[in-house]
Write a protein that binds this ligand. Structure first.
Ligand code: NAD
Length: 503
């Protein structure tokens, strides 16, 4: 974090339908990871700035919650149309601040659009139940109502998609939003705010505050924030869940991951090698659904590793705006941290098969580069296995049987995603039944659910019990209410102090 510089653009908050400087006493730095250049500064919110955003959202809620479903879905459709039309503009913003290659950034934007499309169906999603004549002349029906102001706190690795897992549904359900995106790549959120305004969303329904722990802590303890959706690393997810719930809020906090891909001896090894490379090195391994451990059930390891190496040799690393497969890491500090694991892996006795530090790069020398790296003979006690590295480092763990593979996956503290590669339907079916992980792929390495299912892990990958989007998302952003009604006919009557019974 540095002081202000007049020559650089400042990414501002978005409060009450317009950009806001806030108190602007603290600013963060935003870099282009492919060049290492400081390109922007971002305003860091003070407590007063968050309070202003929450006040705007609180006041907007009074009318937004009463807007008809027809009006809400019209605005959602309009927003979706604008985002679709300008998707490549958003992808370019993501690449410039995150570093992922343009095609991958566009892929992220498309997954974001899918959630917007799901939210367009809100009139159907909010339909309740109705039972006529549950007792004589008594009907019962259920409705779901919005919560109020909801906070969304998101990580750096999907600056367009992860906030979009939440805000379209929160808004569709009648809530108002205060979004605190990652300070590393903050511009996508403001871009969304501008598009909402163009789509006709009333002022104050969608607010963005930038910043760090100060903004997060204020969202967590503000009495007018009813619920918090968080995505990020496990220690912060746990912190957000504990503090948010202590303050009486509903919280879903999605955390880190260590995803295993199990390859059985009967698998198609070409398919498995493609999958390991795509899921291990796509977005430079900075995906919570990236594969970081390939569990090779012997005797496949040697052949599988040789096929993975052939494919790794073809990967082009460089500036995501050029014709390359993989971009830089997000910051210089993160690049150095990931590179430190290469040393740690060698020291702990793993075999460094491909060393990403030697990769040739099509990009500026100041970029945060580290090429795809492969370790073999990794064991569960090594830090390259136990830690979430969040970089382009793939570890092969050799095991002797399906049971040993399952035991390894289930002993891991994380439970976000996993995949099995096999041609044996019975083995795949057994795995999906026995594995303790929230999202499972069968011959699919990155099993991110489509928007009408829900996204979320188990164990240390999720605190709280609601997954993101799909019907669980609608459930999270609404409270149920059941109405029991009787319209009297002239024959009613009589006092009865007994507990209500059906008759
Ligand atoms: P992070 O935990 O550092 O940051 C996430 C958010 O928390 C950011 O908005 C950040 O400003 C805020 N934050 C950071 N430190 C804080 C603190 N001490 N107190 C309060 N708030 C704080 O995560 P990141 O590095 O931005 O993202 C990468 C992590 O996110 C990885 O662990 C990855 O697995 C995880 N992730 C998980 C999912 C999932 O669905 N489970 C999806 C994407 C990313």
């Amino acid at each position: 974090m540095t002081g202000s510089s007049p020559s650089l653009p400042i990414v501002r908050h978005w409060i009450d339908g317009k950009p806001s400087d806030g108190t602007a006493d603290r600013l963060g730095d935003v870099y282009d990871p492919a060049t290492g250049e400081l390109t922007k500064r971002v305003a860091f919110a003070s407590v007063a700035d968050v309070d202003q955003a929450v006040a705007s959202a609180t006041s907007a809620f009074a009318t937004w919650r009463n807007s008809s479903l027809a009006r809400r879905s019209k605005i959602l459709f309009a927003f979706r149309e604008i985002v679709v039309e300008r998707a490549s503009e958003l992808a370019a913003i993501v690449t410039a601040e995150h570093g992922k290659v343009l095609s991958d950034a566009l892929g992220e934007v498309n997954r974001a659009i899918e959630v917007m499309e799901f939210a367009c169906g809100i009139p159907h999603l909010l339909k309740g139940g109705y039972s006529e004549e549950v007792s004589t002349q008594v009907d019962v029906y259920s409705i779901r109502q919005p919560l109020g102001v909801v906070g969304i706190i998101s990580p750096f690795n999907f600056p367009a998609m992860v906030p979009s897992w939440f805000f379209p549904i929160a808004i569709a359900c009648g809530n108002t939003v205060v979004l605190k995106p990652s300070e590393k790549d903050p511009s996508a959120s403001v871009w969304f705010a501008e598009r909402w305004a163009e789509a006709g969303l009333p002022e104050g329904v969608f607010n963005v505050v930038h910043g760090d722990k100060i903004a997060v802590d204020r969202i967590l303890d503000h009495p007018d924030v009813q619920a918090v959706s968080f995505v990020g690393s496990t220690p912060i997810a746990r912190y957000v869940y504990e503090n948010g719930t202590k303050a009486g809020k509903r919280v879903q906090a999605l955390g880190g991951a260590k995803n295993h891909m199990v390859v059985l001896p009967d698998a198609d090894l070409d398919l498995a090698a493609d999958a390991a490379v795509n899921a291990g090195f796509g977005s430079a391994g900075e995906r919570c659904m990236a594969i970081s451990a390939v569990v090779a059930v012997e005797p496949v390891a040697d052949e599988l590793i040789s096929k993975i190496c052939e494919r790794m040799a073809t990967l082009k690393v460089g500036d995501g705006r050029r014709d390359v497969d993989m971009g830089p890491l997000v910051t210089s500090a993160h690049r150095d941290k990931v590179a430190g694991y290469l040393e740690a892996g060698v020291e702990s006795g793993a075999e460094l098969v491909v060393d990403g530090r030697a990769t040739e790069v099509d990009g500026e020398s100041g970029g945060y580069w580290l090429g795809p790296t492969l370790f073999d003979k990794v064991t569960p006690d090594m830090s390259i296995y136990t830690d979430e590295i969040f970089g382009p480092v793939l570890s092969v763990v050799r095991v002797s049987s399906y049971d040993a593979a399952l035991e390894l996956v289930n002993s891991n503290p994380y439970g976000n995603g996993t995949a099995i590669f096999t041609n044996d339907g019975g083995a795949a079916r057994r795995f999906q039944h026995e594995v303790e992980v929230g999202m499972v792929g069968v011959n699919v390495p990155i099993p991110v659910p489509v928007s009408y299912y829900s996204f979320g892990g188990w164990k240390a990958s999720l605190f709280g019990d609601s997954h993101a989007h799909g019907t669980e998302g609608v459930h999270f952003y609404t409270r149920g209410k059941v109405v029991t009604s009787r319209w009297l006919d002239p024959s009613h009557g009589g006092i009865n102090l007994g507990f209500p019974q059906t008759s």
